[in-house]
Each structure stands twice: as structure tokens, then as C-alpha cells.
Ligand binder design. Structure first.
Ligand code: ASP
Length: 656
């Protein structure tokens, strides 16, 4: 008699050989299934053709591709199913009945009934005229439903069965880890990519087709130079050597200007290893361009043409102004507290410290000699509702950065004819009267004041500038004010050429305590600015222009320093870069030295441009595979840990 353990051993062996057979069967089935998909028939007609020609194609034999949609088994021998085209834009009805002589699981009828929705298939069938259902059935979301004909299924080849464990309903939203499913399920997202592609085509057509630019690809394996942003390094197998990914094609495009290319453009990938919180991506796309024998005026004019073309052809908006408005950096900062002001609403800032009683200045905050600015929001005509808005705003998370401003909280006053001194009694009689007149308060309004250090403007915004936007946004969200609409473009010009060094940015590594506001290749604006370079560099204005729309900086550019000696002087004498850092730019100086013509250029952020055109909140909504706030691609799961092997190859070692 077999012992228990021998019996178990036999069972075990039998089990193993059975599972080996099953494994073999499965492998065989995988191979056979795949073979069938290798030679799937060529489509003879698209769903778009069927939508267009409808009953004219009745009785034709067609082969169609697409994805199966919902199915209804009306009876054992009658099934209806939807077929969506490859672009998921059109839907046609499939009708299936058993085909005589073909039985079992091989029968197209049974196959159709066994397949999951979303499975890609090739369908062989006959076009049948059909009585159109009610008009309301003719579209479903953004999909066009073909109603004049249907397809009688004669053969069906599943091309890759959709698995049961993925549940994809019409309104399922997938996480970034399943971006492919989100793309497949979200027509809006696919339309955005389509829009983006069309916009890129138009830009190329406008610049290269109409304005004699040539598109030139510049290298992605570049070198590390202190241009301004933090770079990504790409180590090589040569010990200690690395490329850097370009933060922009800036240096190559200037080299092209010295190389006899009069007009360059590129829709370029750029890489910056920077703070990702502010809706930035570590890799992003720019419409980059440069023009030789040209000034900033030429560049701005060209960009305006491109923008007008995009708005007209992609958005059917053809009333953008012939010339975009302009504002200097000083004006933008003093009127709006921002170098990218949203001009779709007023609330302009004015300085008022000169009219305020001293004791009020002390109450405003800890600064003894502050600049105090005031702004008025129109549209708040009902004091009671306005007070409600003010407390809701001040209690909101949006207001907290302003409440915690170390230079003092904002002062917010509701103009109210029934209140003492119309609600402005804190200001005292005289100042209240002056304010009423200055701000034209007769029709009511919300008055906000804020103190700041009385120093020249630097950087992109002041707290009151941010508050202006935050209050407007909150008031719109809570429906106190109507939503801002339209597009309001403006050029911001005359930026300071240098800014006080800011720890958050790598800058150029010079020892002068300043860094280039834009990049170290930007030219001073006027001869007077050139004169100030060595004596008062922070007072020098740059020939630098940013294009701003609706509070968003679309991009910026400048006239460049085209002369090697001048470029060297700025780097060595003004920024006080070390010899070592200067060496990083030796190539550029050598190129400029070779009779480089004057040139100017610009780059527009393409992702941001598309987001603005489509009114999307985030650039992630207009990028096929965006990175997360931590710079990860959650679908492919990058970045990944380097293996020992890779580290060895690149001569790298992790520090403890
Ligand atoms: N390279 C610059 C940037 O990326 C744009 C320019 O000056 O053309 O911001």
C-alpha cells in the first residue's frame, strides 16, 4: 500500500504535470491568438465615411476597425452592439445573428457576445439602411452616432481582448497611474491634444511658411552653464563627465545667429530642475525663436502676428488689437503689484502713505516708514453683503498668507454711506475725504490697504498684488463679482537687467550679490543704461519684454548682447563671475567674436499658451504625460532608482 507521503508525492507530480499542460495550453493559445491578429483585414471604410455617406453605402460589404461599445443581447439569436471608431468620435450600431453553418465559440455571433466592451476589433459586415431613431439619439456626449445605417456582422476579429478587471464607464476618472485609460475615456483630453497639435502646426506655418523662419533642432545633450535655472545632468561613461539638458535653446540659437541663420524657430523641449509647486513641469515645451539684424520691436511684432493667427484660427477670435498694449515693469508693479498683471479687472493700486495720520501708520504694522498702497474693488455696492464677503474671505485658507504678512495685515474697509465717515473713520476726516475722491467711492466699493517696505521693486509681485488677485478670484468663486472673461494681452518692458541675488535661484554664481533678471545674455536698453553698468547695476534697465495675458506670463525675450567684449564685461566686471564660471561660456564668447550680428528673440511657454487658450487651470491638463508635483511620471513610475550596475557604468557613488 502506498504511504500517505508517496500518495501526496504522486498527487503533487500529477498536479504539477497537469499545471504544466495547462501552462503549455495557455502558451499555445497566446501564440495562436496573436497569430490571428497579425493578419487582420484592411479597413475598407471609416466610420466617418459611413456618417457622411450613410444610406449611399447600403448593401456594401465593408471592413471596419474600432472598439466595441455597449452590447444588448435582445434574444439568443439577436445582438446589438456599438462600434466606436479608432478615434472614439463616431459610433455605429452592429447587428449580429448566428451565421448559418458556423457554430460554437468560433461563430462571430458568439464571439461578439463573449467580448468585453472596449475590445478593439475588426468587423466584416454589410451596410444596412436603417430608419433613423429620434434626433435626440444622434449624439452622445461628444460622440457622433451614425443613425442612417447599421452593420450586419458577418465576421469579427478580436484584436486584443479588454480585460474584465478594468472598469471603464463613461464618467470614470482614472488616477495619473492610469493616464492611458484617462486619455482613452476622456474625449476632452484627447481634443486638447488635438488642439495642441493644430496650434503647433499653425505656429510653424506662420513662422516658417509665411515669415521665412527655419525650424532647427538644437541638441538636448548640452553642457552645464550658469544661465540661470537649475539643470538636470546626464552623466556619461567617461569618469566625471556629464552633459546637461538645456534649460532652453538660448545659447544654441544665439550661435545660429552668428552662423548666418537669419530667422530661427523651434518648438523645443526644455528642462529645469526647479520648484514644481507653481504648476511647473521639469520638462516643458517652448515656442522658441530668434531673429538676426533685429531688435526687440521686430520680435514683439512677429509674436503679435503669431498670437493673432492662433486666436483667429483656433479660437475664432479675430478682434485682438493690432498692437498689444505695453507697460513698464515699474508701472506694472506700482499699479498692480505684479509683473504679470491681470488687466481684466481694475483695483489699481495707489500710494497713500503721504495722506495717512502717523498713528494710523503705526497701527498698520511694524514698519516705521512704509509704503502704503490702496486699491478699490468696484461692484461691491451693498454694504451688508460686502461685509459678509470680507469675513468669508478673511476666514478662508486663501487669505491666510496675507493675514500672516510680517509687514502687517491688510486693512479692509466697506464703504457705507450710513456709517460714520462712510466706514473710513480710521483714516480721519481729511484722509477719508481724499480717499473718497481719489477712489471715486460715491457708488460704493471695497477699500483695501496694505503696507510694505519702502524699497525699490524687485521680483515678480508684492503682497498687495497677490491679494488683489486672491480677492478677485474669491469674489468670483463666491459669486459676488462676475467672472473675468476675454483675453487681455500686454507687454511688460524695461525690467531691471539685474536683481539682488536670491538664494532660491542658482543665478550665475557671480560674487557681486546680483544675478541676471532674465539671463546673462540680455542687453541693457539704452546708452544711459550702458553707462550705469559699472556704477549702479541694479538701476540698469534691460531690453527685455514679457508677454502677459490675463495674469499669466506667456513668455519672455530680449535683445541680446551680440558683442563678445561687452558680454565678457558683463559677466566678469558686473556679475563678477569667477574665471572658472567664465570658462563655461567660452564657446559663446568665441562665437560672438566672429562678427555676430545684432539679434533678439523670445520664447513662449507652449504648454501654458495652450492652457490659457483653452481656459485650463493647470498645464497638466494640456500635456499627454505630465509629471506630478514631485516630478514623477506615475504611469511609467519614473524616476527610478539607479542599479549598482548603472552606477558603476557612470562611475557614480551615493553619498551616505
Ligand atoms: N531662453 C529664454 C527663456 O527660456 C527666452 C529668450 O530669451 O528667448 O526664458
Amino acid at each position: 500500500m502506498e504511504s500517505r507521503s508517496t500518495r501526496l508525492k504522486h498527487y503533487g507530480r500529477a498536479f504539477h504535470s497537469r499545471s504544466r499542460i495547462r501552462e503549455k495550453d495557455r502558451t499555445g493559445a497566446v501564440l495562436e491568438d496573436f497569430k490571428k491578429t497579425l493578419s487582420f483585414p484592411t479597413a475598407t471604410c471609416s466610420l466617418q465615411d459611413l456618417a457622411r455617406k450613410g444610406a449611399d453605402l447600403a448593401d456594401e460589404q465593408v471592413v471596419l476597425y474600432g472598439y466595441l461599445g455597449t452590447r444588448r443581447d435582445a434574444s439568443k439569436s439577436l445582438t446589438f452592439a456599438e462600434l466606436h471608431d479608432a478615434g472614439l468620435k463616431y459610433t455605429i450600431q452592429l447587428v449580429s445573428t448566428p451565421v448559418k453553418g458556423v457554430d460554437g465559440s468560433d461563430s462571430p455571433h458568439q464571439k461578439l457576445r463573449a467580448l468585453e466592451t472596449h475590445t478593439p476589433v475588426a468587423i466584416d459586415g454589410t451596410v444596412i439602411s436603417r430608419k433613423a431613431p429620434k434626433a435626440s439619439d444622434a449624439s452622445e456626449g461628444s460622440r457622433n452616432i451614425i443613425t442612417s445605417v447599421e452593420i450586419k456582422v458577418e465576421n469579427l476579429i478580436p484584436l486584443n481582448a479588454f480585460p474584465k478587471d478594468i472598469i471603464m464607464l463613461q464618467d470614470t476618472v482614472f488616477p495619473p497611474e492610469q493616464r492611458h485609460l484617462q486619455l482613452r475615456n476622456d474625449q476632452g483630453l484627447r481634443d486638447t491634444l488635438d488642439f495642441r497639435s493644430k496650434a503647433a502646426r499653425l505656429v510653424r506655418d506662420e513662422l516658417c511658411g509665411k515669415q521665412d523662419f527655419i525650424e532647427i533642432e538644437t541638441p538636448l545633450l548640452f553642457k552645464s552653464t550658469p544661465e540661470g535655472a537649475r539643470e538636470f545632468l546626464v552623466p556619461t561613461r567617461e569618469p566625471g563627465l556629464a552633459y546637461a539638458l538645456p534649460q532652453s535653446p538660448q545659447q544654441y540659437k544665439q550661435i545660429l545667429m552668428a552662423s548666418g541663420i537669419p530667422r530661427y524657430m523651434q518648438i523645443a523641449k526644455c528642462f529645469r530642475d526647479e520648484d514644481l509647486r507653481a504648476d511647473r513641469q521639469p520638462e516643458f515645451t517652448q515656442i522658441d525663436m530668434e531673429m538676426a539684424f533685429a531688435s526687440g520691436e521686430d520680435v514683439m511684432g512677429t509674436i503679435e502676428t503669431v498670437i493673432r493667427r492662433l486666436w483667429a484660427d483656433c479660437l475664432a477670435i479675430d478682434d485682438l488689437p493690432e498692437d498689444f498694449s505695453r507697460m513698464t515693469y515699474q508701472e506694472a508693479m506700482s499699479k498692480y503689484g505684479s509683473d504679470k498683471p491681470d488687466l481684466r479687472f481694475g483695483a489699481e493700486l495707489r500710494r497713500i502713505e503721504y495722506m495717512l495720520p502717523v498713528d494710523l501708520i503705526h497701527k498698520i504694522g511694524p514698519l516705521s516708514d512704509p509704503a502704503v498702497e490702496v486699491m478699490k474693488f468696484s461692484g461691491f455696492n451693498e454694504p451688508q453683503a460686502t461685509r459678509k464677503f470680507v469675513s468669508a474671505f478673511m476666514d478662508s485658507p486663501e487669505a491666510q498668507p496675507f493675514v500672516q504678512n510680517p509687514d502687517g495685515q491688510p486693512g479692509i474697509f466697506v464703504y457705507d454711506v450710513r456709517a460714520p465717515l462712510q466706514g473710513l473713520q480710521v483714516f480721519g476726516f481729511e484722509a477719508a475725504e481724499q480717499l473718497e475722491e481719489m477712489l471715486d467711492l460715491d457708488n460704493g466699493g471695497l477699500v483695501v490697504i496694505q503696507a510694505r517696505k519702502n524699497v525699490p521693486f524687485a521680483g515678480g509681485s508684492t503682497p498687495i498684488g497677490k491679494l488683489r488677485l486672491a480677492m478677485q478670484k474669491f469674489a468670483e468663486k463666491e459669486e459676488y463679482l462676475p467672472r473675468r472673461t476675454g483675453f487681455n494681452f500686454t507687454w511688460i518692458t524695461d525690467f531691471p537687467l539685474f536683481s539682488p541675488f536670491d538664494d532660491a535661484e542658482p543665478g550665475q554664481g557671480g560674487s557681486a550679490g546680483i544675478s541676471s533678471t532674465h539671463h546673462p545674455f540680455t542687453a541693457p536698453k539704452t546708452p544711459e543704461d550702458v553707462d550705469l553698468l559699472l556704477t549702479d547695476p541694479l538701476a540698469v534697465k534691460a531690453d527685455h519684454y514679457d508677454l502677459v495675458v490675463n495674469g499669466v506670463e506667456l513668455g519672455g525675450g530680449s535683445r541680446r548682447i551680440h558683442n563678445a567684449q561687452m558680454q565678457e564685461l558683463i559677466m566678469r566686471e558686473v556679475l563678477k563671475m569667477s574665471d572658472e564660471r567664465m570658462k563655461d561660456f567660452a564657446h559663446l564668447l568665441e562665437v560672438l567674436r566672429a562678427g555676430c550680428p545684432p539679434h533678439a528673440g523670445i520664447a513662449l511657454g507652449f504648454d501654458r499658451l495652450i492652457a490659457v487658450m483653452l481656459g485650463k487651470e493647470s498645464v497638466r491638463d494640456v500635456i499627454a504625460f505630465p509629471k506630478s508635483g514631485k516630478g514623477e511620471d506615475l504611469l511609467v513610475k519614473s524616476p527610478t532608482k539607479m542599479t549598482e550596475e548603472q552606477m558603476k557604468t557612470y562611475h557614480l557613488k551615493l553619498r551616505d
